[in-house]
Design a protein around this ligand. Structure first.
Ligand code: SF4
Length: 473
């Protein structure tokens, strides 16, 4: 009887991608995925540490899992991801019933550590302080992946981050920036396309600085052949040119490294979708400087205008933090002004949350009163929701290509899918369409967070092989 497992993922796309790899490794080791803890022998908690309450959530879950573990012989608990990377031995000290604690740099060891723990009478904690300089460990493309969907895929192009945004714990838990070899990325995309994947999302903490380190590494190794820094814009063009790939997306770029040739590549490469995620964080130059963001509001808006001039019908989303230590009413009003001027299609807005180990967490004397921050947050939501509604209502009457994601969560008789601008559309086709199909829809209504439409035409069926996992290369 095969052992069973479940992976619970917290946080960002990078974690979702790591979870696909961990699941693939466990399945390659003979485990079978189940939908609930009750059915599982192994629970993997792939953690995030971006938000303050992340710790409470983890240790709360581990408390419940103690009872779960005692209910069946041989059950195991794995804690992986950024919070494990940050807390290290503390996890096993606080929850002695865990079996494996592993970090962000040794995803490739998941199955081995789990097997090792079966014969160990105490938790196994393996946290690497930096990425193993071995492509298969750093960029586990050769690792089996249990992808959540079969028509689109994450493709890691870079790990880590060389920036030091004052509020962000990522560099501490994901390490320095390392770009993946160019050819290897194209190989993986080509392989995914043979598996029927039509949409890829290029993944990194700071994708538009892709390649910066490759040139330096080559030079240090005395290899002068890498004269020019491989550019993100080149990668966009070449990934778009891979046979079978219909849509290319990427996340997350940094405004300070955004270059005109990236916009030009987006405009010139039909497969690259008309959506740019462009994190602002604050509209006040004073706060941007405190955050070490490396750009001004004026520069940010200039680049945004350039992107909109260069790329037709571009949708723009962003991230904004409210209540960063020291933020005054004047600073906040500048954020409102920039958000209004930027007219976003969608904005992820966050209340500042101090993360132990970050520069901003030590700025306690300047923390903004929670009620003040909360009130500002509501005002910002009004501005960005109004803009999103305007931009969505402006799509009424347009014919949009939609990639079908499946039945709508709210009403199974309705289908949901995403436009090239990454907008969610609900529509009712004459017959159920397979997930991964393409169709055209005429937009009939715009709401702040989604669109509604009328089915127009069927374009194509998915060709993906339903069987997952995939040995990528
Ligand atoms: S760019 Fe800044 S916010 Fe983004 S991961 Fe790096 S340090 Fe964090």
């Amino acid at each position: 009887m095969s052992r069973t497992y479940i992976v619970r993922t917290y946080g960002c796309q990078m974690n979702e991608h790591d979870s696909e790899r961990i699941a693939g490794l466990l399945e390659a080791d003979g485990l079978v995925r189940v939908a609930s803890e009750a059915e599982a022998d192994v629970v993997v908690l792939n953690t995030c540490c971006i938000r303050e309450n992340a710790d409470n959530k983890l240790y709360g879950n581990l408390g419940h899992l103690k009872t779960w573990k005692g209910e069946r012989e041989g059950r195991q608990i794995v804690v992986s991801g950024c919070l494990a990377q940050k807390d290290q031995e503390l996890v096993a000290q606080r929850a002695g019933h865990v079996d494996v604690v592993m970090g962000t740099h040794n995803v490739h060891r998941a199955a081995e550590l789990l097997a090792q723990a079966r014969t160990s009478d105490r938790p196994i904690t393996e946290i690497l302080t930096e990425a193993v300089v071995d492509d298969q460990a750093m960029f586990p493309s050769a690792l089996p992946a249990r992808r959540e969907t079969s028509y689109n895929a994450w493709v890691t192009i870079q790990i880590g981050c060389d920036n030091n945004c004052a509020f962000c714990i990522v560099p501490a838990v994901r390490g320095v920036e390392m770009s993946r070899p160019y050819a290897e990325i194209l190989d993986e995309v080509a392989h995914l396309a043979t598996e029927g994947v039509t949409e890829v999302t290029l993944l990194g903490q700071n994708v538009n600085s892709y390649g910066r380190d490759l040139q330096i590494t080559a030079r240090q190794a005395g290899d002068d052949s890498v004269r020019l820094r491989p550019l993100f814009s080149d990668l966009l063009r070449d990934v778009g040119a891979v046979d079978g790939i219909r849509r290319v997306r990427y996340t997350s770029p940094h405004p300070k490294d955004m270059r005109p040739e990236t916009f030009a590549a987006m405009a010139a490469t039909p497969e690259v979708c008309e959506h740019l995620h462009y994190p602002l964080q604050s509209g006040s130059d004073r706060v941007l400087a405190l955050m070490h963001r490396g750009y001004t509001a004026e520069r940010y808006l200039e680049r945004l205008a350039e992107a909109r001039r260069t790329i037709d019908d571009l949708a723009v989303s962003t991230d904004i933090i409210v209540g960063f230590p020291g933020e005054t009413e004047v600073d906040f009003e500048q954020t409102l002004e920039v958000a209004a001027a930027a007219e976003y299609d969608y904005a992820y807005t966050f209340l500042f949350s101090p993360r132990e180990g970050t520069e901003a967490a030590a700025m306690t004397a300047d923390f903004v009163d929670a009620a003040v921050a909360g009130e500002r947050f509501q005002r910002l939501r009004l501005v960005v929701e109004r803009a999103a509604l305007r931009r969505h209502e402006a799509r009424v009457g347009r014919i949009e290509e939609v990639l079908v994601e499946g039945p709508s969560k709210r009403d199974p008789s309705v289908m949901s899918g995403r436009t090239r601008q990454n907008k969610l559309v609900h529509f009712t086709p004459p017959r159920p369409l397979r997930t991964g199909s393409y169709a055209t829809v005429e937009i009939t209504r715009g709401a702040p967070h989604f669109l509604e439409g009328q089915f127009v035409e069927f374009i194509s069926e998915p060709t993906h092989k339903l069987r997952i996992p995939v040995a990528a290369l």
